[in-house]
Structures are given as structure tokens and as C-alpha cells.
Ligand binder design. Structure first.
Ligand code: SAH
Length: 391
């Protein structure tokens, strides 16, 4: 197995003190903070812009860094608020350059185990993509996904979501950084959780990340992936305008019902109708269909041909994801030759069908492998935990 570097980082817990962090607040939220401090109405607009600039453009971690804010004001801000990001517990680097942050979030009650999420950075030629989590764990229970076996679940706040982007920027020292030199250029909402089960917080976080006066990652460089929460798909296009990815994985309802159980609620025909109507879907902004390659389950030439039929009238590309194994799974990854044949059928029908290279497998950072260590320990200690079943 390839070498990996692991660093434990000791930083202050995000909620160590009683001071709430301003990270994750939009302009209205910052304004409310200033009102709380008694800032006069006539100064609110200017002060809000200043705060926004320091937090989201410069990445300030300390109010004292805000040199154009009067000292007395900085002291008042610091007495009442913080600029803390989510706490990084462990940062791991894969042999292939993929980086994973294990982030620890405070428990709801003292004495309980903290929550944990993972964020992954994937360097590629000419760009670097941050894979961001939207929930602790996931309630979807897709049978081939490790995250789905994690039972501890809660929605992340907007601050915890955009905080993952800020943690990565901190780590690479990219505040403000020259856009063309930044390592972090793209965001995919493809980490732990179903982003459309936490729509409001995901939307607030992405609005902050897209704002041109701050983090400024354009909507064209952001993709949100859903397992198929059909009723919210239109809003993603209309309100956020980011790219859409859909975790399809099967071409019949019978199989998809088993692999991606949300299909029982929103079957394939309904999902395809939402994709066809997705605002902004066109050839220059195609919908990505993700398709995990599971040996002997969904990988036959007949499946590929049925897939072509299913998406024939949608501007689409298909991302073929070799299945990434995890401890205890009964699934196996399709053979290379089978994947190539599947891809060829799609390409013959004029669909782009890149096979996603697994990244960061040595640090369990690849698609579907994210699951916090404490949960893994818990499973080892609790042999009665339900095992995922292969179909
Ligand atoms: N809930 C959202 C976001 C998660 S994205 C969604 O389902 O789209 C994570 C992607 O990795 C999804 O396409 C998921 O189906 C896929 N995936 C999950 N487990 C996997 C595994 N073990 N190997 C490869 N891909 C996997």
C-alpha cells in the first residue's frame, strides 16, 4: 500500500467558548451581528461590507487582522463573536496527492461523542476540486455506499458547509490568492450526505462561496449531486444555477429500488422528467449522470444500451465510477474490459463517458468511502450492526 502522511492537528474546538462564529453568515447575518453590537444604522452598510471582505475575501481568522476597522470596534466584535472554522481533527494526504480532512463537530450535549465529517481535495491537471459534505452521515441507505451505513446523522449548518471550503483555503494559504494560481478551483457537493435533504443550508453556503466579493468560485465550477430528490431539482437550477449531477446507477426501477432506495419514492421516469426540465441544461452545461460499476449487477451491454435510451433527449454526459470497496461490502467492481465495453456503447451513441479514476483509495477518500473513523470503531465494537446486503 502506498505511503501516506498523517498529521494530527490540534486546534481549538469550534465551540470552545460561548462566542458564536460569524463564519457561514450571509450579509444579512453579519448586519444582524453589527446591530447586536449597537452599530449605528448609517454605518451598517459599510461595516457589513468590511466584515464580509475580511471574512470571505481575506479569510481573516482574527478580528485584529481587520486593519481598516477601528480598534475599539474590533475589540467589541472579538468579545462577542469568533471567526472559527470547523475543527480539523486529522489531515491525511494520499500518495496521489488527494487530501482528506476529518472534521470534528461538537456533540449536541456535553459528554457525548462529537460528530465527524470528511472533506476531500482532488488535484487534477489544470484544476483542483473540493468534495464537500452536506450532512453528518446519510439517511439514503444506498446499498453500495459506505456513508449510508453510518447511523449517526445530522444536517450541517451553512457555516459548517462553507467552513469546509475555508478550511481547505486555510490549508493551502490561498487567502485571497490570485485566482489563476489557486489550487482550489472547483466544488462538488458529493461528500457525505444528500445535499437536497439539507437544501436551505446548502443553498446559503453555496451563495456565500459563489459571491464575487468573497470566495468567488463561479457557479460554472460548482456541481451538486443528488440521488434523486426530484421535488427540489428545479430550484437548484433556478435559484443557484450550479451544475447538476444525478446518481443514477441503474436503468430499471426494479434494480434502482434496491441500489438507491429513494427510487421507491421518486422513480426513474419522474427523475428523468426533472432532468429534462432542469433550468439551464443545454449542450454547454450538460447534466452528469453518475453510474457506479458493480460487477454482474448493472454493468451489462444491455444496461448500457438501455441507459442510452433513457437519456436520449437530455444534454448529458455519463461518469462511470469504478466501485470503491469498503470493509464489509458484498459488492465488487466490474472488470476493466466490462467497463470499457460499457463506455464504448455510450460513446458510440455520442455521449461522453469518462471513467472516473479512483483517487485517494489508500486514505479511504474515494467516492462512497467516506465515513468517520469513530463510526468505524463503533461498528467493530458492535457486531450486531446491520450489514448492507448485496442485491
Ligand atoms: N447523496 C448525493 C451525494 C453523494 S455523491 C448523491 O447520491 O448523489 C457520492 C457519489 O459517489 C454518488 O454518485 C454515489 O452514488 C457514489 N458512490 C457511493 N458509494 C460508492 C462506492 N462505494 N464506489 C463508487 N461510488 C460510490
Amino acid at each position: 500500500m502506498s505511503a501516506l502522511i498523517e498529521t494530527a492537528i490540534h486546534s481549538t474546538p469550534a465551540h470552545a467558548g460561548a462566542r458564536p462564529s460569524l463564519v457561514g453568515r450571509d450579509r444579512e447575518g453579519l448586519r444582524a451581528a453589527l446591530i447586536e453590537l449597537g452599530v449605528a444604522e448609517r454605518d451598517l452598510k459599510m461595516r457589513t461590507s468590511q466584515l464580509w471582505h475580511w471574512i470571505y475575501f481575506r479569510g481573516a481568522r482574527d478580528f485584529d487582522a481587520m486593519t481598516n476597522v477601528a480598534k475599539e470596534m474590533r475589540e467589541r466584535l472579538a468579545a462577542r463573536f469568533s471567526l472559527e472554522r470547523p475543527e480539523v481533527a486529522i489531515e491525511q494526504v494520499s500518495a496521489d496527492g488527494t487530501r482528506k480532512w476529518l472534521i470534528r463537530l461538537p456533540a449536541d450535549h456535553p459528554g457525548e461523542k462529537p460528530y465527524e465529517i470528511e472533506t476531500v481535495y482532488i488535484p487534477e491537471a489544470g484544476r483542483g476540486t473540493l468534495c464537500v459534505s452536506s450532512q453528518v452521515g446519510c439517511t439514503l441507505s444506498c446499498t453500495f455506499c459506505h456513508t449510508g451505513t453510518q447511523r449517526l446523522v445530522r444536517n450541517l449548518t451553512a457555516g459548517e458547509i462553507v467552513g469546509q471550503v475555508m478550511v481547505a483555503r486555510d490549508s493551502y494559504g490561498e487567502w485571497p490568492g490570485r485566482p489563476q494560481e489557486r489550487r482550489l478551483t472547483n466544488i462538488v457537493m458529493m461528500g457525505m450526505g444528500e445535499p437536497l435533504y439539507n437544501y436551505d443550508n446548502v443553498a446559503s453556503a453555496l451563495r456565500i462561496a459563489m459571491d464575487e466579493e468573497g470566495i468567488a468560485i463561479s457557479k460554472r465550477k460548482i456541481t451538486l449531486s443528488t440521488a434523486g430528490v426530484v421535488p427540489l431539482i428545479e430550484r437548484v437550477g433556478q435559484e443557484l444555477g450550479v451544475g447538476l449531477a444525478v446518481s443514477l446507477h441503474a436503468v430499471t426501477d426494479a434494480l434502482r429500488d434496491k441500489l438507491v432506495p429513494i427510487n421507491r419514492k421518486h422513480p426513474i421516469a419522474e427523475l428523468m422528467a426533472a432532468c429534462r426540465a432542469y433550468p439551464g441544461a443545454r449542450n454547454s452545461r450538460r447534466i452528469t449522470f453518475e453510474y457506479v460499476m458493480l460487477k454482474g449487477v448493472n454493468d451489462s451491454p444491455a444496461d448500457a444500451r438501455a441507459l442510452v435510451k433513457l437519456i436520449h433527449d437530455i444534454p448529458a454526459k455519463v461518469n462511470l465510477i469504478p466501485f470503491n470497496p469498503w470493509p464489509g461490502t458484498a459488492f465488487e467492481c466490474s472488470d476493466d474490459a466490462t467497463i470499457d465495453k460499457f463506455a464504448q456503447i455510450l460513446m458510440d451513441a455520442h455521449y461522453a463517458a469518462p471513467v472516473r479514476t479512483p483517487r485517494g483509495r489508500d486514505i479511504m477518500a474515494a467516492c462512497g468511502q467516506l465515513k468517520s473513523d469513530s463510526e468505524r470503531e463503533r461498528r467493530v465494537r458492535a457486531p450486531m450492526a446491520p450489514q448492507p446486503q448485496a442485491v
